[in-house]
Design a protein around this ligand. Structure first.
Ligand SMILES: [Zn+2]
Length: 118
């Protein structure tokens, strides 16, 4: 399995995980995803499987509503690297735009109707 390595824009938040080759992405139209506009990993990743390295304590969490999901962002550059999902607590999706080895805007991207289903 390939190992994927990603980082926020300033590099203060780094993450890595092993996954089957990622050939597609996922977008969601819920209130926060539609604002972020990110292309996310189509499959969720176990929390234990994601290696996270944070410099200078810059990793912050934004939560709203029932506060199930944890939307992480870098306090220095503002970028969203990954989040713990509302649908699958304990599982994460990552921002494919943070992974230099991928071309998320060139991938087939499906849309999850989180606006109506979350
Ligand atoms: Zn950053």
């Amino acid at each position: 399995m390939p190992r994927y390595e990603g980082q926020c824009h300033c590099g203060s938040v780094k993450f890595a995980f092993d996954s089957e080759p990622m050939v597609s992405g996922l977008r969601c139209n819920c209130s926060i995803c539609v604002r972020k506009g990110a292309v996310m990993s189509p499959d969720v990743i176990d929390q234990e499987a994601l290696d996270i390295e944070v410099r200078d304590d810059v990793l912050a969490i934004y939560q709203f509503g029932d506060k199930t999901a944890k939307h992480y962002f870098c306090k220095r550059c503002g970028i969203y690297p990954f989040h713990e999902t509302a649908r699958f607590p304990g599982k994460l999706r990552v921002n494919l735009g943070c992974i230099d080895a991928l071309d998320p805007l060139g991938m087939e991207v499906s849309l999850f109707d989180g606006k109506h289903l979350l």
